[in-house]
Design a binder for this molecule. Structure first.
Ligand code: EPU
Length: 421
């Protein structure tokens, strides 16, 4: 198993190009199931989760190839509309095939994802929405079986209990081929939802209101294949912003959509970090002391839970005490004990972490249990004195394209080493 070895203490400087968004690419790849023919997706990041989704499409009997950022998907009727356990257990986002399969074939079976490192993460909202659209749902042998007795979903008024991201995406894709009008209330407003809606509309769907909390979809009988370039990854961008600031560096991020990062940029500026547009890029720089800032994660446009661990590392370097509250997932502080092993001073009480800034972190061997926690440990390694080894790098490979190359390009002393577990 590969590890990442970092020798800390080098301020990052230079330019880095931000990759396509993982969490936009995943639902967009499954949207190809809605229309037979040749789809081309560009700016698709070379990530483990993307390859898992391509494997899922192949398992369904669809040709799906990937070469240097371009995914070509030759959609045709699937063999059997089933998402098996061996793929779902590798990636919860596999559940994104559910909406498109039910819409297209009137039935689908998806292995239940179960719990994961960051929380219980049920899919009840996805299923309730499909039921409102006329589907019957049955749980059996670890699978959820969804059947539409009439063969075609019908439009419905749906109101989500929580603005779930993949739930909104599943229902949006399902509604695109349903009969009549669907309204999704309390919908997720993440930029990735807008992006999926944009792609569906390019395929001939009629989706209105994506990016607001009410989405209206007029179902179509048929959709057409699409050629689309995917938006930049706002979480990858935010992660490099924090890495630049934490190392007291000066970095130009290329290809970022800054309007997707308002909450993150606001917190960085509050902490005293410089974030400014420069030409086509965004320059992030920091010198001297950092002010402590409090943050509470929330669905978009709130502060993203996917940036919580990274902000926490930054706050370890601040002058004073900050509080970080996690409201989206119930168990997303697993990086805390690892950061404390590196000399941080963080106390967790329920959903609140109190971070007291410390003068230094010290390198250590650390282990992460999820993607964003791993990224925070790499950042901690970049600022720590001495050597940090982050174990279980496969978590990082799920969501950060060539992270060690990109950081090395900014001057970091970082390498991938094949090692023990
Ligand atoms: N929830 C329910 N019932 C549901 C669905 C969700 O109770 O039917 C709860 C979850 O248990 C959780 C909360 O709602 O506590 C939020 O979950 P959400 O459904 O919004 O998350 P997701 O769709 O499973 C996506 C991203 C995550 C990101 C979250 C929150 C993708 C593929 N994944 O997950 O990304 O953290 O939204 O923004 O888009 C990551 O990239 O590292 C990552 C974990």
């Amino acid at each position: 198993m590969d590890n990442i070895r970092v020798e800390g203490g080098v301020p990052l400087s230079g330019r880095v190009r931000i990759s396509g968004a993982k969490n936009a690419a995943l639902p967009i790849l499954t949207a190809a199931l809605l229309a037979d023919g040749a789809h081309t997706f560009r700016n698709v990041p070379d990530l483990r989760d993307v390859h898992t989704m391509l494997r899922m499409l192949r398992r369904l009997g669809i040709d799906a190839e990937y070469e240097r950022g371009v995914a070509t998907v030759q959609a045709r009727p699937v063999l059997e509309p089933v998402a098996p356990y061996d793929l779902v257990k590798q990636m919860r986002a596999s559940v994104l095939v559910l909406g498109p399969l039910v819409a297209r074939y009137g039935r689908a079976s998806v292995s239940l994802p179960g719990g994961c490192a960051i929380g219980a993460r049920p899919i009840d909202q996805h299923l309730r929405g499909l039921e409102a659209m006329g589907a019957a749902v049955r749980l059996e042998h670890g699978y959820v079986h969804v059947d539409v007795p009439s063969g075609r979903l019908r439009g419905a008024d749906i109101y989500l209990d929580f603005p779930t991201v993949t739930g909104t995406e599943n229902l949006l894709a399902a509604a695109a081929l349903a009969e009549g009008r669907t309204t999704i209330g309390n919908a997720a407003r993440e930029p990735e939802i807008e992006e999926l809606a944009h792609v569906l509309n390019k395929m001939g769907a009629s989706v209105d209101g994506a990016g607001t909390d009410t989405i209206v979809v007029e179902g179509r009988e048929q959709l057409a294949p699409v050629d689309h370039a995917i938006i930049a990854d706002r979480i990858e961008a935010g992660t490099y912003m924090v890495a630049a600031a934490a190392t007291r560096g000066d970095v130009l991020l290329e290809g970022v959509q800054l309007e997707h990062l308002d909450a993150v940029v606001a917190k960085l500026r509050e902490a005293g970090v410089t974030v400014e547009r420069e030409g086509d890029g965004v320059r992030v720089a920091h010198q001297g002391r950092l002010r402590p800032v409090d943050a509470t994660t929330a669905p978009h446009p709130g502060f993203p839970t996917d940036m919580q661990a990274q902000l926490m590392v930054l706050m370890c370097r601040a002058d004073g005490q900050s509080q970080i509250r996690e409201t989206v997932f119930e168990n997303r502080f697993m990086h805390v004990p690892e950061l404390n092993r590196m000399g941080a001073n963080i106390a967790v009480d329920g959903r609140t972490a109190t971070v007291r800034g410390v003068p230094r972190l010290g390198g250590a061997q650390v282990m992460a249990t999820d993607l964003r926690a791993s990224a925070s440990l790499v950042i901690a390694g970049l600022v720590a004195e001495g050597v940090t080894e982050v174990l279980r790098v496969y978590h990082i490979d799920r969501g950060y394209e060539r992270i060690e190359e990109k950081l090395a390009g900014l001057g970091a002393h970082i390498e991938r080493v094949s090692g023990h577990a």
